[in-house]
Design a protein around this ligand. Sequence first.
Ligand SMILES: Cc1ncc(COP(=O)(O)O)c(C=O)c1O
Length: 341
Amino acid sequence: MRRGFGSDNHSGVHPQILAAMVAANVEHAPSYGTDEWSELALKAFREHFGPSAQVFFVFNGTAANVLSLKSAAKTFQSCYCTDISHLNVDECGAPEVMAGVKLISLPSKLGKIQLEELKKAHIRRGDQHCSQGQIISLTQPTEVGTCYSLRELNEIISWAKSERLYVHIDGARLANAATTLGLSLRSLTTELGVDVVSFGGTKNGLMMGEAVVFLNPQLATDFKYHRKQLGQLPSKTRFIAAQFTAYLQNNLWKDIATHSCNMAESLAQRVSDIRAVQVTHPRESNAVFAKIPKEWIKPLREKYFFYVWNEHTFECRWITSWDTTPEDIDGFSQSLKELSQ
Ligand SMILES: Cc1ncc(COP(=O)(O)O)c(C=O)c1O
């Protein structure tokens, strides 16, 4: 198979996580989250997010996002997100259809929601004709690989609290942001007053599985019913739980994130001095975005798979993962160099 930089879900399962699944593959175990692996995973999550975190596993990130919104907002309420957020552009309308929550997409800068745009949009409170803003969703790291700083998060979340808005983090790659910023998962979420997190596993070395982590336990009350109704209650929960326990223990989450981010940094450095390659966003996680000449795309993609992020500007997205090797970076940057000559 062709290797490449298509996505961090193109890579396989991290060996330590696969080993944890194999270790869980013994005898019989109760289902639907009542097994001992789920208890261990809950303990691991609480070590990272604090003792009152409530944790629920689902199969994918779209469901984690949709169910997070459904727990926080009613059908006459809305969610503020960016124009480029996964919620808004890559979930096929699931938040509107499945959660019944209106999305209000706002212009972003470097992939981030802007406080002044939030303030502009947050109007007509109590007006029965207008969907009522209820929750803000922030993607961390953003869809273009940048990270909200603690200061930026603090500003947005303090304002949200002053307006009684809930805060959701789409953390499909939260570990990468924590590693880049040198912060714990708790200081990026719980300590800031975040209400609910979609915590990613699949893009970070798991076979599959995401966790909805409620830091505001009040929002979790009806989650188990909503999850079941949306077909997201895993029965053999032990296999998702075992993966997360392995991931969260012994700093594996940090090792994986550090490796992925280091590989992206190396890629960013190697390509930035190649003629006609223009890196478009600061490299702050495991993604490099760059514009390259249109005619390079086909020959390059014959060797390494990747996505064209913007079909009009030919900005490309190169994603690294736990299994990206220095040889991958060498080979890819060498191919780019050859095209530039
Ligand atoms: C930022 C972000 N959120 C959520 C998801 C959800 O992913 P999926 O439903 O494909 O598991 C993705 C996947 O690309 C993502 O990049």
